[in-house]
Design a protein around this ligand. Structure first.
Ligand SMILES: [Fe+2]
Length: 455
């Protein structure tokens, strides 16, 4: 028998849907859903609908996480009219307010009806203790192998403990007992573009976990954050969430704590959370190197009508370090990229084309011997181009992140890039994004450095 375990969806309906589809296909007959269904990305409503649908179709065992508790608490605050504790449209609480507004009374009643822990038992197999944080507290972080985790394993009356909340998947053992953490379905740490979850398969008197890493359409999740209005309700908090979705690096506690500290230092503690001014979030994000991702909303697949503007952008780079000239890249390159849906552009509100990037299809590059053969299939990203006045605004990083998400969705496992020999700025930028130099080559009468990274 197979059981699907999903936790920390965080309103990411796209990742949730990808996990459910995978698990149903894999033959899962029951589901364990371990809390933090909502907040942090845009799809709270859709996530709840999908959850209810799943509960109608399969036996589901559901508990609540800290996010659901925040929502229950806010309803009580509003009932008691404790206005100073109402969530506001700012980076301290706008993300929660957006989520709260997407929920119905039925959702909140449902959250209130959920336990924070339960025992999952199937005849003939060992029982599980399930929870979001710990069996006594939804906000407790049970890291693998920590002393607290060992203590909890000693306290429970089952041989298995299943939890989430840390967003770090894994397994550890202590005195004959096993602890498993599902990781996060919607906002995985350290693994952008993938949803983490577990399938438990019953063996002879034991449960065997399969830790899943499922690709989903992360660019859609990012776009939804902008088009839903969520981004504008909590810009710096969302820049932080976009940073996790794009890079896997989670700086949430650092950002929130630093912004609160700056507010306290400057206003002598006069104002309390969530009354934190946006400028302190901006300062905190700046010192933590969390970029302003506003421009991400302008990236989209290119269409035929963009051809003239793209050509003009290419021509503005002639004579630069990439070694481009009036013939390459030209209109035929653009047409070929468009015919493969492999060209992406960033265009601002004024219709100005700021950047472009392509997924190349070049056998001469694919067949180079330097690429890591254990990371196939790979794909080549090429012709990354940022309008001169917009350089040093992290647009290159955003274009790369977007294109890498497209490749993940296509099932690619690595990215290849050729950098024109001597283009030191590009080399350094790619190395900063995790690319490694794996070889050199001569193609089209030019020398290139070959760079690669796993997806
Ligand atoms: Fe959580």
């Amino acid at each position: 028998m197979k059981v699907g375990v999903i936790a920390d969806i965080h309103s990411n309906q796209t990742a949730f849907r990808a996990c459910v589809d995978y698990m149903v296909n894999a033959g899962c007959e029951e589901f364990l859903l371990l809390g933090d269904f909502i907040s942090d990305t845009a799809g709270a409503r859709q996530t709840m609908e999908l959850l209810y649908e799943l509960m109608e179709q399969f036996p589901c065992h559901v508990l609540r996480g800290n996010r659901e508790e925040y929502m229950i608490e806010q309803r009580k605050i509003r009932e008691k009219e404790e206005e100073e504790k109402f969530w506001l449209a700012n980076s301290a609480s706008g993300n929660l307010l957006y989520t709260y507004r997407q929920l119905t009374e039925r959702d909140l009643d449902f959250f209130e009806s959920l336990p924070i822990t339960f025992r999952y038992e199937k005849e003939g197999y060992p029982a599980f203790t399930c929870c979001h944080g710990s069996p006594v507290n939804t906000r407790e972080l049970l890291q693998l192998d920590s002393d607290r985790t060992k203590e909890v394993l000693e306290e429970i009356d089952t041989d298995y403990l299943l939890a989430a909340h840390t967003h770090f998947p894994g397994i550890s053992r202590y005195q004959g007992k096993t602890y498993m953490n599902t990781g996060s379905c919607g906002i995985a740490i350290g693994d952008p573009g993938y949803a983490h979850a577990i399938i438990l398969e019953s063996g002879q008197n034991e449960w065997k976990p399969e830790f899943l890493r499922i690709p989903y359409d992360s660019n859609q999740v990012i776009l939804d954050i902008f088009t839903s209005g969520l981004y504008d309700m909590a810009p710096w908090f969302l820049n932080n969430n976009l940073h996790i979705l794009l890079t896997g690096t989670d700086l949430t506690p650092e950002l929130v704590n630093l912004a609160a500290k700056l507010q306290e230092e400057n206003d002598m503690g006069a104002k309390r959370w969530p009354h934190i001014e946006e400028k302190y979030f901006a300062q905190a994000a700046d010192s933590l190197k969390i970029p302003d991702y506003t421009f991400l909303r302008y990236i989209r697949p290119a269409v035929k009508e963009d051809t003239g503007k793209i050509l003009e952008l290419y021509h503005s780079m002639i004579g630069g370090a990439a070694g481009w000239n009036e013939y390459y890249p030209g209109i035929d390159t653009i047409e070929s990229d468009l015919s493969r849906n492999a060209l992406f552009v960033m265009e601002n509100e004024d219709g100005e084309l700021l950047a472009s990037i392509s997924i190349d299809a070049d056998e001469a590059v694919d067949s180079l011997k330097c690429w890591n053969q254990t990371l196939l299939p790979g794909a080549e990203l090429a012709r990354l181009c940022i309008r001169k006045e917009y350089q040093n605004k992290k647009l290159a990083r955003m274009m790369m992140a977007y294109a890498m998400n497209v490749l993940r969705k296509q099932g690619k496992r690595s990215v290849h890039i050729l950098v024109h020999e001597g283009h030191e700025v590009a080399m350094r930028a790619y190395m900063h994004l995790g690319y490694e130099k794996v070889g050199e080559c001569s193609l089209y009468d030019m020398r290139f450095v070959c760079m690669e990274r796993a997806l």
